[in-house]
Design a binder for this molecule. Structure first.
Ligand code: HEC
Length: 112
């Protein structure tokens, strides 16, 4: 009996983890671009914060910022007293856009 309960718990934990996992195939590139333009570029323009576009970082770097539901991205901004307004879907959309436009992609995106 105990084993079955443990097994059910394990299945539950694994499936909830995969729900939170970063998945660029679930993201929408166009919407990611829109979010980047509207919510990131407004500050990251070289005046209010340093200039930043998908092409400024590699896929691996973007992944590090965006995984675990954007944990590192939120942490960086909390330090700068910036509150980001992104839900789980937005994070996946951003990840899709940054993935196709990263420094080491075929077509780095400058978002202009
Ligand atoms: C209200 C202004 C503001 C907005 C909006 C904003 N940022 Fe930032 N961001 C900052 C500041 C300030 C820092 C810390 C100082 C710096 O790196 O310029 C920062 C840091 C970062 C860093 C770390 C930079 C590095 O190289 O260490 C990344 C990556 C980043 N932001 C991405 C984003 C993304 C993606 C968005 C959109 C979802 C976004 N930011 C929205 C102000 C902003």
């Amino acid at each position: 009996m105990k084993k079955i309960v443990l097994l059910i718990c394990a299945v539950f934990v694994v499936s909830s983890l995969s729900l939170m996992a970063l998945d660029r195939k679930k993201g929408n590139v166009d919407n990611g671009k829109k979010i980047f333009k509207e919510q990131c570029k407004t500050c990251h323009n070289g005046k209010d914060a340093k200039k930043l576009t998908p092409a400024h970082k590699t896929r691996a770097q973007w992944k590090r910022y965006l995984k675990n539901n954007g944990k590192k991205l939120f942490r960086k901004h909390e330090k700068a007293n910036v509150k980001l307004n992104l839900n789980e879907k937005d994070i996946n959309d951003l990840w899709s856009f940054c993935y196709v436009g990263a420094l080491d992609s075929e077509k780095p995106q400058t978002c202009d």
